[in-house]
Design a protein. Structure first.
Length: 107
C-alpha cells in the first residue's frame, strides 16, 4: 500500500492499476492535508519507478487520475470541515474568508 500526500505519485500509482482505497485528512502546520491510500500489487516498484526515473505512463490516464485525486481530496476536506462545524470546534467555520458577493449568493 502507498500512503502519500503527493498527488502525482498517487496519480502515477492509479495509472499503473492501483486502487484508491481511502483519503485521510490531517492538520499539518495549521492547514488540512489529504493523504491518499492506494492499494496495488506492485506498490514498492511503483514508488521506486516514480522516484528513480523509468516512469512511463499514458498522459491522458495520468491527467484523469490527478483530477480524480483532487476531487477526492477536496471532498474529504469538505466532509471533515462539516464534521468540525457540526461539533462547534473553533476555527472550523471559514465562511468569513469568502468574498462578500459569494457570501450573499451573487455568483
Amino acid at each position: 500500500m502507498i500512503r502519500t500526500d503527493d498527488i502525482f505519485l498517487g496519480a502515477f500509482a492509479l495509472s499503473r492499476g492501483g486502487d484508491l482505497s481511502g483519503v485521510e485528512v490531517q492538520g499539518v502546520n495549521g492547514r488540512r492535508v489529504a493523504y491518499f491510500h492506494i492499494d496495488g500489487p506492485d506498490a514498492a516498484e511503483t514508488q521506486r519507478d516514480y522516484y528513480q526515473g523509468p516512469a512511463v505512463v499514458h498522459l491522458q490516464i495520468l491527467k484523469a487520475s490527478v483530477r480524480r485525486l483532487k476531487d477526492a481530496a477536496f471532498e474529504a476536506i469538505r466532509a471533515e470541515e462539516r464534521n468540525h462545524e457540526a461539533t462547534g470546534e473553533p476555527g472550523s467555520n471559514r465562511h468569513h474568508q469568502a468574498p462578500g458577493r459569494y457570501r450573499r449568493g451573487n455568483r
